[in-house]
Design a protein around this ligand. Structure first.
Ligand code: SAM
Length: 278
């Protein structure tokens, strides 16, 4: 039995006071200001409410964008390389159609965002191939109320796919610049159910454990024991294991122990940090 999550940590810019050098501003008496403020406070909620009633809009930009969101390209790749290669879960297919992969890649490779292959994202790291993202996500059998841990945020794309499917997503990235950039991208796109942290994910995120599912997107040569410990009863984990020849291992914590299956040969970047010393 498997379930699903979403979330982001935002760094808000502080407002800075500026020294005024021009002529003094026009002054308003208190009553005028109060009347204007009352009108604003009344009008704003009405305007927001009527906008939502008329549009049924989400704050999430991936759902709001029109053709500029490159929806036709996503529909095509989902049909040919994802549904076409055996991914069947309708929720996963919908998430793959919804998340704007081109927003998660650097400008220089944006034209290739809807090709079914990994792309460079800087710092010698990659955004995973869409088929592999869909395969791993489907294997976790996520449900809407679930909480998920991702180790290896990278661009934030996989986290966004997860965020479409579950209540809370926690994602750890060892390259601080990537963590910062991914958190910003996810926030800009409205994924407020993803929390991104910079750090070594080998020992998971104990403060938020247990997790209904864990997805690891960098390859250690063994399954990190702390991640197994942070799986809830009935929880699932998918992790690429190996050096040159890697396989995706799917684990499930059951009342009798841990079920383990090898499900797909893959090639991920190695897990760095503590995993390399073990
Ligand atoms: C294949 S990329 C991940 C792709 C990512 N899921 C995406 O959607 O763009 C693997 C990522 O794992 C990160 N990584 C490697 N070892 C790690 C560790 N010990 N803890 C956290 N992140 C790690 C790498 O820096 C890299 O960004």
């Amino acid at each position: 039995m498997l379930k699903q999550p979403a979330g982001i940590m935002l760094l808000s810019e502080g407002r800075r006071g500026r020294t005024r050098t021009g002529p003094p501003p026009p002054s308003y008496d208190d009553n005028t200001v109060n009347q204007a403020l009352s009108f604003f406070l009344l009008a704003l909620p009405l305007a927001v409410a009527s906008h939502w009633m008329l549009c049924g809009c989400s704050t999430r930009r991936s759902e709001a964008a029109g053709d500029g969101g490159r929806r036709a390209e996503r529909d095509a790749i989902v049909a040919s390389s994802i549904e076409g290669r055996g991914i069947r879960d309708p929720r996963v297919l919908a998430a793959m159609r919804a998340v704007e992969r081109h927003r998660f890649v650097p400008e220089g490779v944006r034209s290739q965002a809807y090709e079914d292959r990994a792309l460079p994202i800087g710092f010698r790291q990659t955004i995973s191939q869409p088929y592999v993202v869909a395969f791993m996500t489907e294997a976790l059998e996520l449900e809407p109320h679930e909480r998920v841990l991702e180790v290896g945020t990278g661009s934030g794309y996989q986290a966004a796919v997860l965020a479409e499917l579950v209540a809370e997503v926690y994602s750890i990235e060892i390259v601080a610049e990537l963590a910062e950039r991914a958190g910003r991208t996810l926030a800009e796109l409205g994924y407020d159910n993803v929390e991104v942290r910079a750090g070594d994910g080998y020992r998971g995120w104990p403060e938020h454990a247990p997790f209904d599912a864990i997805i690891v997107t960098a390859a250690p040569d063994h399954v990190p024991p702390a991640l197994v410990e942070q799986l809830a009863m009935g929880g699932r984990m998918i992790v690429p294991v190996g050096d040159r020849n890697q396989e995706l291992v799917l684990l499930e914590r059951t009342t009798t122990g841990l079920d383990e299956r090898r499900v797909l040969p893959v090639r991920f970047v190695p897990m760095t940090g503590e995993a390399e010393k073990r």
